[in-house]
Design a protein around this ligand. Structure first.
Ligand code: CDP
Length: 226
C-alpha cells in the first residue's frame, strides 16, 4: 500500500536533538508529534508546584496523578504543552525541572500513567514520538526506530547554547553535570531504562549537522512509507 501511515520512535540520550528531528519529520509527513520527555517534565513541574516532589511525599504524588491533565495544543503551526489548561512549554525546561525529572521518571506509577497516554496517541498511527523507551516499551512494534547518541561534551555544548539563547544563565559545567547525572539515572533505573531497541538504527550525531541527521533518518523512513 502506498503512503502507509506508520509509527516512528526516536529514542536516545539527553540533548541529542531528538525533538528537533521528530518535529521536522512529523511536519514533512503531516503526522502527530509527541515529545514524551515533555510529559515527564510536566508531571515534575506539577510535583514542584504542589510541593510533593520529596521522597517522603511519593504516595501523595501517586494519588495526585489523576488530577494531572497533559495536552499538546497547536497554535499557528507551533505545538506547546499544557498542564491542567495552562501552557508550560518554557517552565518545563527550567533547571529545577532538569534536576528532578529523572528521579521522578523512575517511579513505576508515573511511568504507567504516562505510558497509557502515550499509547493512546498511536491508535491511528501517523505518529512520531521521541523519548527514552519509545522503541523498547511504548511502541515495540513501531515500523521505524532510531537511537541517537553523542558525546556528553557535544550534548552539553548544544544544550548550554540553547539555554543561553533563552536567557538561562547556567554555566556549561552545570549543564554538563545535569546531563551526566540524567544519563546515569535514565540508563540504570530498573523499569524501562534508556536502552537501544535491538531493531533500532543507531546514529551518532556528534559530528553531524541537523540536515545531515535529517537526511539519514529520512532515507530509512521513506523506504517504510512507500
Ligand atoms: O530534551 P532532553 O533530551 O533533555 O530530555 P527529555 O526528552 O525532555 O526527557 C527528560 C527526562 O524525562 C529524561 O531525562 C528521562 O528521565 C525522562 N524520560 C523518560 O524516562 N522516558 C521517556 N520516554 C522520556 C523522558
Amino acid at each position: 500500500m502506498k503512503n502507509q501511515k506508520i509509527i516512528i520512535a526516536l529514542d536516545g540520550y539527553a540533548s541529542t536533538g531528538k525533538s528537533t528531528q521528530a518535529k521536522n519529520i512529523a511536519k514533512k509527513l503531516d503526522y502527530i508529534y509527541i515529545d514524551s520527555g515533555a510529559m515527564y517534565r510536566a508531571v515534575t513541574l506539577y510535583a514542584i508546584r504542589k510541593n510533593i516532589l520529596d521522597e517522603s511525599k511519593i504516595k501523595i504524588l501517586i494519588k495526585s496523578l489523576d488530577d494531572i491533565n497533559i495536552e499538546f495544543i497547536r497554535n499557528n503551526d507551533v505545538q506547546k504543552i499544557y498542564l491542567n489548561g495552562k501552557e508550560v512549554e518554557n517552565d518545563i525546561r527550567k533547571s529545577i525541572v532538569n534536576s528532578n525529572v529523572s528521579r521522578l521518571a523512575m517511579i513505576p506509577e508515573v511511568r504507567n500513567f504516562l505510558l497509557s497516554k502515550q499509547r493512546g496517541y498511536g491508535k491511528n498511527k501517523g505518529l512520531v514520538m521521541d523519548g527514552r523507551d519509545i522503541g523498547t516499551v511504548v511502541f515495540p512494534n513501531a515500523e521505524c526506530k532510531f537511537f541517537f547518541i553523542a558525546t556528553q561534551e557535544v550534548r552539553a555544548k548544544r544544550r548550554h547554547l540553547e539555554q543561553y539563547k533563552k536567557g538561562n544563565l547556567e554555566t556549561y559545567d552545570q549543564v554538563l553535570k545535569n546531563i551526566v547525572e540524567r544519563d546515569r539515572i535514565d540508563s540504570n533505573r530498573s523499569l524501562n531504562p534508556l536502552k537501544k531497541s535491538s531493531d533500532a538504527i543507531e546514529i551518532d550525531v556528534s559530528d553531524l549537522t541537523e540536515n545531515e541527521v535529517f537526511n539519514k533518518i529520512w532515507e530509512h523512513i521513506s523506504k517504510k512509507i512507500n
